[in-house]
Structure formats: structure tokens, C-alpha cells
Design a protein around this ligand. Structure first.
Ligand SMILES: Nc1ncnc2c1ncn2[C@@H]1O[C@H](COP(=O)(O)OP(=O)(O)OP(=O)(O)O)[C@@H](O)[C@H]1O
Ligand SMILES: [Mg+2]
Length: 325
């Protein structure tokens, strides 16, 4: 077991009557990635703000790189970097100037800042844009610059609050690649996200929080298994083939659901192996198919399973009724 890089110890944060974070404890081993997964208002940002000393806990405490967040806030700040939910780069400065500004705030030597800036700009594909003001950057470039800035002091622990929200799929996977590189180099990551896919791609361990409490924890696979198995979904070209298709698919799976209106059959499956087997029997039968694919449980499915309500629910009345009952 490696030493814990981050520990949350019964963290509580109340705003008036509202417990934004309500007794959250976890450990992030050095060199690993923890994904804090939860819907809007779950308490993700509040947890990160407490651990990064930006907000004082109502009760409980935490440690970053062994330093207590209440007793040694300066030491905590020296051992971590933070990329917040909103980009914080100075729009009127260039990428290089942003890096220089933060580097000098950390008291780093000029030569070190210049060399490290070049490396970071290269790593985040910002070399060409390095001397343009950040206000000319796309959302993805700003996010990358934000991350580069939080790395100037080479912190061993990095907190990322929804690092890819608002990015297109390509920028998102590029950023994931950069983050994987950091982890390979030994950085510990704590990232918050609303996307199961993101946690799945990056995290060794996922903690699901809802209404300030941990409702599930485990590896990505463990969580998805809890939400139910994957399924193979087959959409037929002709509704007249439904009966034959159902008989066929039942030779591969014992749990089959038929939706005649959508001409769709859904079969419980263990994974890709089942999908290719089902694909093969359809191919051999000659039944024409519009679409055939594997559907894994989504964050919605995980949430629905764990909480009985949808993750993305912004329906206030529903939430209030739940709170009352
Ligand atoms: N400064 C504050 N004053 C009062 N209430 C707050 C404050 N900050 C957060 N809250 C409340 O605490 C709860 C948790 O908010 P938090 O920002 O931690 O959620 P989140 O999981 O980060 O959500 P999102 O995905 O929308 O960023 C919410 O109900 C929010 O309204
Ligand atoms: Mg947030």
C-alpha cells in the first residue's frame, strides 16, 4: 500500500440549514486517480474547496500529502495544484505570461519558470499559441492552459473540478491523454465529474456522491456491475422478422426484451464477446438489421439504480418532495 496522498475525514460543510457535504470520508493512495462522481449540487466542488483550503469545513478535516488542511494550510497549498470548475486564466495575458505570473507567485526561479513553461506549452499543444492573449483561445485551449498553469510548480497532488465539462469529444479525449501522462509520471489526481465515462476512463476508484453523502464507492467495473449488466441492442429492418429474431437471440442470451414499435430487441450480455456472437448469428440467418450495438450502463442507470432518481434531474419539486418523504 502506498501512503495516502489525500484523505477526507468525516468532512461536513453546512450553508445555513443546507448540508452541502454531510460526512464524507475517503482515501486517495499516492499515484492513483480518484473520481468524485455526482450530479449538479451533489457537493463535489464544496469537497474540493475544503481539501484545497479555499473553504473551512464546518466539522471534520482532511490531509493532503500528509498535511492537515486546518492546521497546515500553507503546506497543503505547496503540495497541490487546482484547476477549478471555471477557467481562471487571465484573458489579457498570453499563455506564457500566465505561466510566468503564477510561477513567480510561487516564488520559483526565473530560469526554472521559462524552461518549465516551454515544456508545459509543448505538452499541452499550446506552443504555437503561446504568445497570443488567452482571450483569442477556444474553450479547449483555455482548459489546457488552466491545467498547464496549475502544473507550473510540479505539485504531487492535483485537484481537477470537472476538467472537461464543456469540451467537445475530441478535446476531451486529448485532455484525458494528458492526464494519463501525469499519472504515469507519478501525480495523484482527484477529479470531479458528472460523466461516468470520464470516471471510467481515468479513475482507479470512483466515489459517487449525492446530496452531500457518499452513496457508492468502488472501481468503475464494480459500479457498473451494480447498475446491471450490459446489453446488446438489435434494431431490425423489418418488423415482420421480430419473431424469428427473438428465437435467434434467445440462443445467445436468456434475458431478452422485445420492443415491437421500435423493431428493437435488447438482450442481456456479458460484453463484447456476446455482441460479436449475436452479430454472427444474425449475419448467418440473413435477417436484415439496421443497427447492432453494445449498450453499457450509463451514469443515469447507475444513479437510478443507487438513488431511485435520475442523475441529471433538475426538477426542484421532485427533489423537494423526496426531501420531505
Ligand atoms: N457558498 C455557498 N453558499 C450557499 N450554498 C452553497 C455555496 N456553495 C455551494 N452551496 C450549495 O451546496 C450544495 C453543493 O454545491 P456544490 O457546488 O458543491 O455542488 P457540485 O457537486 O459541485 O455541483 P455542480 O456539478 O453543479 O458543480 C448545493 O446545494 C449548493 O447550492
Ligand atoms: Mg461543482
Amino acid at each position: 500500500m502506498s501512503a495516502p496522498a489525500v484523505e477526507a475525514i468525516d468532512l461536513v460543510k453546512r450553508f445555513g440549514d443546507n448540508a452541502a457535504v454531510d460526512g464524507v470520508s475517503f482515501v486517495v493512495p499516492e499515484g492513483s486517480v480518484l473520481g468524485l462522481l455526482g450530479p449538479n449540487g451533489a457537493g463535489k466542488t464544496t469537497t474540493v474547496r475544503m481539501l484545497t483550503t479555499l473553504s473551512v469545513p464546518t466539522s471534520g478535516t482532511g490531509r493532503v500529502a500528509g498535511h492537515d488542511i486546518r492546521k497546515e494550510p500553507d503546506a497543503v497549498r505547496r503540495s497541490m495544484g487546482l484547476t477549478g470548475q471555471a477557467a481562471t486564466v487571465d484573458e489579457f495575458l498570453t499563455a506564457r505570461e500566465n505561466l510566468k505570473l503564477i510561477g513567480s507567485l510561487y516564488g520559483l526561479p526565473k530560469k526554472y519558470i521559462a524552461e518549465t513553461s516551454d515544456e508545459l506549452l509543448e505538452r499541452f499543444s499550446l506552443t504555437e499559441a503561446a504568445d497570443r492573449t488567452a482571450k483569442t483561445y477556444s474553450g479547449g485551449m483555455r482548459r489546457r492552459l488552466d491545467l498547464a498553469v496549475s502544473l507550473i510548480a510540479a505539485p504531487p497532488v492535483l485537484f481537477l473540478d470537472e476538467p472537461t465539462t464543456g469540451l467537445d469529444p475530441r478535446s476531451r479525449s486529448e485532455l484525458w491523454e494528458v492526464l494519463r501522462g501525469l499519472v504515469r509520471d507519478g501525480t495523484t489526481l482527484l477529479l470531479t465529474t458528472q460523466y461516468l465515462e470520464e470516471a471510467d476512463n481515468l479513475a482507479d476508484e470512483i466515489i459517487v456522491i449525492d446530496k452531500g453523502r457518499i452513496i457508492a464507492a468502488g472501481t468503475p467495473t464494480q459500479l457498473k456491475d451494480q447498475a446491471g449488466a450490459a446489453s446488446v441492442v438489435v434494431t431490425l429492418t423489418n418488423a415482420s422478422d421480430l419473431d424469428a429474431a427473438e428465437r435467434l437471440i434467445r440462443t445467445c442470451s436468456d434475458e431478452v426484451h422485445v420492443d415491437p414499435i421500435a423493431r428493437r430487441l435488447t438482450a442481456k450480455a456479458a460484453g463484447l464477446g456476446d455482441m460479436s456472437r449475436i452479430g454472427q448469428v444474425f449475419e448467418e440467418s440473413g435477417i436484415p438489421v439496421d443497427d447492432l450495438g453494445l449498450k453499457r450502463p450509463s451514469l443515469d442507470d447507475v444513479f437510478l439504480h443507487l438513488t431511485g432518481h435520475k442523475a441529471e434531474s433538475t426538477d426542484e419539486t421532485e427533489t423537494m418532495e423526496e426531501a420531505r418523504s
